[in-house]
Design a protein around this ligand. Structure first.
Ligand SMILES: *[C@@H]1O[C@H](CO)[C@@H](O)[C@H](O)[C@H]1NC(C)=O
Ligand SMILES: *[C@@H]1O[C@H](CO)[C@@H](O)[C@H](O)[C@H]1NC(C)=O
Ligand SMILES: *[C@@H]1O[C@H](CO)[C@@H](O)[C@H](O)[C@H]1NC(C)=O
Length: 258
């Protein structure tokens, strides 16, 4: 009896996994000369950094609106000087961009989440947060929800930041340029930790960040067309989401600039 229940559960789990993206088929490792690796039949991706290089990968698809999930386990231990990025970005000199960046720290000191939004090549919409858990101990879910009404940053399904569309009062908001998902692990010890005062300690190298659970519930943009157009009978719940209250439950804002 307990055996057949176990079997039923494992069938459900494998269905859920099958609906998620696969790193082998859905992403390209773009730099790092072998420091980016896809493992476990595309379920796990790791990026490493050593004295010579970091590494990065990107989605094959481009999206014009979506709910993009990624589970990340950040570099454990002394990660001072290192930045792990996970962001959406469009092409060209007047690009749009929606950023999660994780700024490393000394063992025991908090890793900072740095968020930013660029529109037409202009950023300066930064907000930083400290988490309510150690993001290097296990995988946690980081979500970018981007629709015509708002951009939300979520950690384990809790909204930590919302950026509503206020174009009506002249605040630029990205709605026209399709974006690709990018992620990287790189050395930024000239600014990342305590404003650049703590440097990367390569005696702990190689450093590794790990990724699972990439899922793009999104409108794929290809050949000038969105996969969502004409699908108005079945609107996506993330597409119409226009909540009003940023729920800062559980998050502790460490610094807010502009
Ligand atoms: C990903 O890599 C494949 C094979 O190397 C290449 O054909 C494809 O153009 C790449 N896709 C992107 C979006 O760069
Ligand atoms: C690193 O830890 C120090 C000490 O707790 C803290 O002040 C700082 O905000 C942390 N993060 C960064 C990115 O420096
Ligand atoms: C979304 O909500 C805001 C208030 O937060 C409201 O001003 C705006 O009109 C709403 N947009 C749509 C398309 O419903």
């Amino acid at each position: 009896m307990s055996c057949s229940i176990g079997l039923a559960v494992s069938v459900l789990l494998s269905l859920a996994v099958a609906s998620a993206a696969n790193f082998n088929t859905d992403t390209n490792i773009t730099w790092g000369d072998g420091r980016g690796k896809i493992l476990e039949n595309g379920e796990l991706l790791t990026l490493t950094l050593d004295k010579w290089s970091g590494a990065g990968f990107e989605s094959k698809d481009e999206y014009l609106f979506g709910k993009i999930d990624m589970k990340i386990k950040l570099v454990p231990g002394n990660s001072a000087g290192l930045v792990t990025t996970y962001y959406l970005r469009s092409h060209g000199a007047t690009w749009d961009e929606i950023d999660f960046e994780f700024l490393g720290n000394l063992t025991g000191d908090p890793i900072t989440i740095h968020t930013n939004i660029y529109c037409g090549g202009k950023g300066d919409r930064e907000q930083q947060f400290h988490l309510w858990f150690d993001p290097s101990k296990d995988f946690h879910l980081y979500t970018i929800l981007w629709n015509p009404h708002r951009i939300s940053f979520l950690v384990d399904s809790t909204v930590i930041r919302e950026f509503p569309n206020m174009e009506s009062i002249g605040v630029p908001f990205p709605t026209k340029q399709p974006m690709r998902m990018y992620s990287s692990l790189w050395n930024a010890d000239d600014w990342a930790t305590r404003g650049g005062r703590v440097k990367t300690d390569y005696s702990h190298a190689p450093f590794t960040a790990a990724y699972r659970g990439y899922k793009a519930d999104a409108c794929v943009w290809a050949n000038g067309k969105s996969s969502c157009s004409g699908d108005s009978t079945k609107p996506n719940s993330w597409m119409t989401k226009n909540s009003t209250s940023p729920a800062n439950r559980g998050s502790k804002r460490s610094r807010r600039s502009t």
